[in-house]
Ligand binder design. Structure first.
Ligand SMILES: [Zn+2]
Length: 74
């Protein structure tokens, strides 16, 4: 879904670095190097980035289709 604002374990602010991480990894950089560059040193914070799956855009597509279908039948 959406990246949590803080790390679940230590409480460090992580959401402000998500966009840079996602952009650089998508561009082909290795996640390890990006995490080191943006200052994510604790493994609890690193797992927040590594395990994040951004599905909110996919879910929004279903919501739009559902709204159109409802509009047809109303
Ligand atoms: Zn942490």
């Amino acid at each position: 879904m959406i990246i949590p604002v803080r790390c679940f374990t230590c409480g460090k602010l992580i959401a402000d670095r998500w966009e840079e991480f996602a952009r650089r990894v998508k561009a082909g950089e290795r996640p390890k190097k990006v995490l080191d560059d943006i200052g994510m040193n604790r493994y609890c914070c690193r797992r927040m980035f590594i395990s994040q799956v951004d599905v909110v855009d996919d879910l929004l597509r279903y919501a739009q289709v559902t709204a159109k279908k409802r509009a047809q039948f109303d």
